[in-house]
Design a protein around this ligand. Sequence first.
Ligand SMILES: *Cc1c(COP(=O)(O)O)cnc(C)c1O
Length: 361
Amino acid sequence: MTDQIKPQPGILGIALYQGGAAHVAGLSDAVKLSSNENPFGPSDKAREAFSRAVHKLHRYPNTDHRALREAIGEVHGLDPDRIICGVGSDEIIHFLCQAYAGPKDEVLFTEHGFLMYRISAMAAGATPVAVPERERTTDVDALLAGATKRTRLVFLANPNNPTGTMIGLPELERLAKGLPKQAILVLDGAYAEYVDGYDGGADLATRLPNVVMTRTFSKIYGLGGLRIGWGYGPREIIDVLNRIRGPFNLSTAQLDAAEAAVRDQDHVARCRAENARMRVWLAEALAERGVPSDTSMANFILARFADEAEAAACDDYLKSHGLIVRRVAGYGLPHCLRITVGDEASCRRVAHAIGQFKAQR
Ligand SMILES: *Cc1c(COP(=O)(O)O)cnc(C)c1O
């Protein structure tokens, strides 16, 4: 290949995103607790809507996503004209970086922030900037101190992945109001549904001119395999993002399944309650076995070990027992393992295995 053919600056610096492992060699019944998926899967209504879409495969999908945006608007009490739908919330993150950040611009996030923020910033040619957290929790003062006149986007997952911690709405509002005028605060609500009474930042995104909220169907809705997410914010910003959105970015099956899923809030409530119950159980079971974690507000626990070697050894031990969890060294947490809260049987299995691992050391 000729050395004249080169990608845009920044692209070759992107480290490939590693998804959670799904298999263990030689084992067919491994339990996957590495990608924060809902162990109960989607609403039956979403499955049925997906199946019905088979009759429409020869038709192009609708381009304006009106039916899905109206369903989301009804359920969340939001203006559908301020909603944009994408191929997972990853695509909304990507649109934001592409539309608002370029060379010499800075994209801010916290030290243990979601890896897609860095990847999307670099894909846009912008400079990713990570600021410290305090005890694995977002530090608003550090974000405010890290913002400069070059900062165009500030990404914050609340609750955060992989730490599971979150900060309150007054702190989020203080952050939004304290940022430089050219910066957009993006509140990533991938795990918002797991927090009783939390709106994911929807009210802030309604009231403030510089706040955008992103949401996903991949976590509590149990539709990670289908790839649907959405964003909500000031009309001017949503209008900008729609200009770079592919007209047919979502298929009919995605749109129909997501609409049925969002209308089934009973399923969401059941999954939230069961997750809360098993999350407390798992955190206590691990603590009793000498593995502490911060109080998680999401559907996973960040288990802390003595050091990187112990975390790696425990990961190997779990794998050999058919349990797949997530190493998070790439998130600056080499001594931790992120464990998705599975169903009761999986939680018991992982707690038992970690207990055996600790006992033999
Ligand atoms: C899982 C996750 C998402 C969701 O990504 P999708 O593209 O919607 O599947 C977004 N943000 C964070 C922090 C996540 O953990």
